[in-house]
Design a protein around this ligand. Structure first.
Ligand SMILES: C[S@@+](CC[C@H](N)C(=O)[O-])C[C@H]1O[C@@H](n2cnc3c(N)ncnc32)[C@H](O)[C@@H]1O
Length: 332
């Protein structure tokens, strides 16, 4: 995808994104020729100009009008919201004097439904379009998506309580107790549950996610904790666990460890509300997709599956991604 001496430009560049790209190319053992990029953020561009001696401009138009066209075609790396990539690519393909080798889109897996569209736009100028995921499991945390993107660019965040969880709580008349939100991300699920009167513990492997939620949520009490569910520090038992999108970040080989942790943390008769991308989801990379059968198999001992059905994970743009929703009771 990237070869030696490729000329690389980075869209929506920040220092973090630049470091991410440098690390990415290092792990692939290629020496790239970084020609600069563009960003809306003026503070970043000053730092980058001075510290890294890069040509950073306010937008692609300014960047390309200052760029001396050479024979070597350019590869453009995007680390940003997919809608933004799409708009920028449409703009870039209109610059007839610029030769583009490829577009590399490093973005969130839930946005892959745009793949075909972006590929067809690139084909118009004979450029390749590649998609790489930087949002898988620990990669989310260590790759720092929460640090890379602004909070409204984290596409999986949904501001309301998941509709299936909400309906189950109403139907079962559940309105008090301790809820653990595992892989809580920006903690919107925790927030809604705390508002409903639950005592909530919000955990995530990503320190950035927890710190940012902790500093922005002020009007309800939530216990925030940086914690890896595969090696959890949680010692107290809870009544309920909500998992919206964490399980599908867990590698298939680690799923048994996940189940063991859930069994340890839930009280006898406690309930796990689990929602994960379904196998029918048109995602080519990123999450480890789940089928009902996997869940039935994994939770066959120490649990009773009370409900399992096809559903959706609605992302922050309102797009519905096919998902499995399960209500799993812990039997100790
Ligand atoms: C798709 S996001 C969902 C976030 C949140 N539940 C929501 O609904 O917005 C998955 C989250 O799981 C977290 N995660 C991934 N692996 C984890 C692990 N081993 N332990 C705890 N959290 C993890 C990620 O950092 C990320 O915040």
């Amino acid at each position: 995808m990237i070869s030696n001496n490729d000329k690389i430009a980075i869209s929506d560049i920040t220092e973090n994104k630049l470091i991410e790209v440098i690390n990415y190319t290092k792990t692939r053992n290629v020496k790239i020729d970084l020609i600069g990029g563009w960003t809306d953020d003026t503070t970043d561009s000053n730092i980058l100009n001075e510290k890294y001696k890069l040509q950073i401009h306010k937008n692609s138009i300014e960047f390309f009008s200052n760029y001396e066209t050479q024979n070597n075609p350019i590869t453009i790396i995007f680390i940003s919201h997919i809608e933004k990539c799409e708009t920028a690519i449409k703009e870039i393909i209109t610059y007839e004097n610029i030769q583009i080798k490829s577009f590399i889109i490093a973005t969130l897996p839930t946005t892959v439904y745009k793949t075909a569209l972006i590929k067809s736009i690139s084909q118009k100028i004979n450029a390749e379009a590649h998609f790489i995921s930087i949002a898988k499991g620990v990669g989310v945390a260590k790759g720092g998506l929460y640090a890379l993107l602004k909070s409204d660019e984290i596409i999986w965040t949904y501001k309301d309580l998941d509709i299936d969880v909400k309906n189950e709580l109403i139907e079962r008349n559940i309105n008090s107790g301790i809820f653990l939100d595992v892989g809580a991300g920006q903690c919107t699920q925790s927030y809604n549950l705390a508002k409903m009167g639950f005592k909530v513990i919000a955990t995530d492997i990503s320190k950035d996610a927890i710190e940012s939620a902790q500093s922005s949520i002020k009007d309800v009490e939530i216990e925030f904790l940086v914690d890896d569910i595969l090696d959890t520090k949680i010692n107290e038992e809870v009544d309920y666990i909500i998992d919206r999108g964490c399980f599908h970040c867990i590698e298939v080989t680690d799923r048994k460890k996940y189940v063991k942790s859930i069994n340890k943390i839930l009280k006898h008769n406690g309930i796990l509300f689990l929602k994960a991308f379904d196998k029918s989801c048109p995602l080519h990379h990123g999450p480890t997709l789940t089928g009902k059968i996997d869940i039935i198999d994994l939770f066959s001992e120490g649990f009773k599956i009370e409900k399992i059905k096809n559903s959706f994970i609605t992302d922050g743009t309102g797009h519905n991604n096919n998902a499995v929703f399960a209500i799993i009771r812990c039997i100790k």
